[in-house]
Design a binder for this molecule. Structure first.
Ligand SMILES: [Zn+2]
Length: 553
């Protein structure tokens, strides 16, 4: 193409122009590019997965001629590819596979919804759903199993009631779980039976445990399917990468195989499950790694210091304000945390520790201070960092610890968090502005599937500290909000730094990976209300479309 243009042109200036515009795979034109140094009209030239040049529109003609494909972005805004800075990749896939049965008005409707999903699921694999409520059905009674068994002869089916306290299964599921007419009711559970004593397929409370035990061991094929499903969904939301907060052994094997086969839908930054000693021993000995295509990085270890605030599992220094007898749970004791942090650090792996309560945050800061050299360069992370004492904000910064925070946790928790914490500690909660002002680097995410991973919700929550419905007016402890630009940075450059990627992705710049999130408006400049209605138009990973709105990619 270039050669022919030059040949036909036979003119020196054109030849020079050709020389200045090497052949590129794609040229993205007509977009406002949020590059380092500000947003402006630029064309992005991409070759072999990387940005080779950012071109002024006035100088773009030769690039357009040399590009194998010219993509017109028609005035859209181009951000560095978003990163889900803390999510559960396989868990998200598993959640997506569950059929949503909320609001079904009859068992027929339940079956219709499950049948729709069954088309995507191989025979023999579980069909799972959640949310039915027989009180919404005309007969208002627990269903008999025969309809479900007749409708799904090839798949085991498990459908959880809206409250989670009963599960509806078909004959195949009962057989896999070894439940028959002769199975007695377990303590704390009930197997509903017909007049002849046969299980109907409704299992109440502890009777569902045997089903859960069979379901919770997904095959590598099921895990791969979930990664594909979740990866495609993440790409459709604008994400180019996910930090996987606690990758299991089998999941890592599947991720590696998918990477080798070129099948990973998004980049994955693995945090190894730090509770699995065998996994740690093997991976720490093998050393950290980044695949040649940059799709899979293994160099971090996930630990848990405490539980969650909602269930009063977050570890607090002083008792819960609404439960004076409880301070929460130390999920992993300090010695074990120190031991794993030391082992990980010794092998050059980054420690990433879930710590929500102020006591857990303090403990893990102590551990990092003791177990890691100040100049270790390991960029230790605290995941969630939801309640941080004033003196620990400073320590966070001094120890160069990264705060991996999820803005939607704040907006989900704010209705009841003050009751848990009381007036003195409430200002310490979700204190992103305090952390940023102290010099702490932020990495933003959603904790999918705990929260909806839609980055628009994350940016909205970070900027407004209000629910999507707009409450409370003025925002909850709004002094701790971030600006939209800071929030976007948390999902892009901040997340890249938290994964040691800031030298090759997270910013739109020459030589960087061509990871782009194309949005119909300027998320950093519009009124906050317009963030929620923004449209993700295109997601580009390593130069290729991972998602195009209205397209088939
Ligand atoms: Zn998590």
């Amino acid at each position: 193409m270039i050669a022919r243009a030059c040949w036909l042109g036979l003119m020196v200036p054109l030849a020079l122009a050709c020389a200045a515009a090497p052949r590129v795979d794609r040229l993205f034109t007509g977009g406002t590019v949020h590059a380092a140094g500000g947003a402006r009209r630029l064309e992005i030239a991409v070759r072999e997965g990387r940005i080779v040049a950012l071109v002024e529109p006035s100088a773009a003609s030769p690039w357009r001629r040399s590009a194998a494909e010219v993509v017109d972005l028609a005035g859209a805004h181009v951000f560095p590819g978003f990163t889900e800075g803390h999510g559960h990749y396989a868990g998200f896939g598993a959640a997506l596979e569950q059929v949503d049965l909320v609001g079904t008005a009859s068992l027929d409707e339940v079956i219709a919804r499950v049948r729709e999903a069954a088309r995507e699921v191989a025979a023999g694999e579980w069909l799972r759903g959640r949310g039915w409520d027989q009180n919404d059905w005309p007969e208002k009674e627990f269903p008999a199993r025969d309809m479900l068994t007749a409708a799904f002869p090839d798949h085991p089916v498990a459908l959880r009631r809206v409250d989670g306290h009963a599960i509806l299964v078909n004959a195949r599921a009962l057989a896999l779980a070894g439940i028959s007419a002769s199975t007695p009711d377990p303590p704390g559970g009930r197997i509903l039976r017909d007049a002849g004593g046969r299980p109907t397929g409704v299992l109440v409370d502890a009777a569902a445990d045997r089903i859960n035990a069979v379901i919770e061991r997904p095959t590598p094929e099921a895990i791969e399917r979930r990664f594909l499903l979740a990866g495609r969904r993440l790409a459709a939301l604008g994400y180019t990468s996910i930090h996987d907060a606690g990758t299991s052994r089998t999941e890592l094997e599947v991720l590696r195989r998918m990477q080798r086969q070129g099948n990973l839908p998004v980049r994955v930054y693995v945090m190894l499950d730090g509770s699995d000693d065998e996994l740690l021993a093997a991976e720490l000995a093998a050393g950290r790694s980044l695949s040649a295509d940059g799709m899979l990085a293994v160099r971090a270890v996930k630990l848990l210091a405490d539980g969650a605030l909602g269930s009063r599992g977050a570890l607090l220094t002083d008792p819960y304000s609404d439960e004076p007898g409880s301070r929460g749970l130390a999920v992993t004791d300090e010695e074990r945390l120190a031991e794993v942090v030391q082992r990980a650090g010794g092998a050059g792996f980054q420690p990433c520790t879930h710590a929500i309560g102020d006591a857990a945050v303090k403990t893990i800061l102590d551990v990092y201070a003791c177990a890691l050299a100040p100049d270790s360069g390991l960029r230790p992370r605290i995941e969630h960092a939801q309640i941080v004492r004033p003196e620990d904000v400073e320590r966070f910064a001094r120890l160069s610890v990264i705060a991996a925070v999820q803005p939607t946790h704040c907006t989900s928790d704010m209705p009841w968090a003050p009751t848990r914490l009381g007036p003195e500690r409430t200002p310490w909660a979700y204190r992103w502005r305090s952390l940023a002002a102290a010099g702490v680097r932020l990495c933003l995410g959603s904790d999918v599937p705990v929260e909806d991973p839609d980055p628009r919700l994350g940016v909205w929550a970070a900027v407004t500290r209000r629910t999507p419905a707009g409450t409370p007016a003025g925002g909850w402890n709004a002094a701790e909000a971030l600006t939209a630009a800071e929030a976007i940075a948390g999902f892009t450059s901040g997340a890249a730094f938290a994964a040691f990627e800031e030298g090759w992705r997270g910013t739109i710049a020459p030589a960087f990976a061509a990871d782009l999130t194309v949005v119909d408006r300027d998320l950093t400049a519009v009124a906050p209300e317009e963030i929620l209605t923004a449209r993700i138009l295109r997601t580009v990973i390593a130069g290729r479309d991972a998602f195009v709105a209205g397209g088939t990619t």
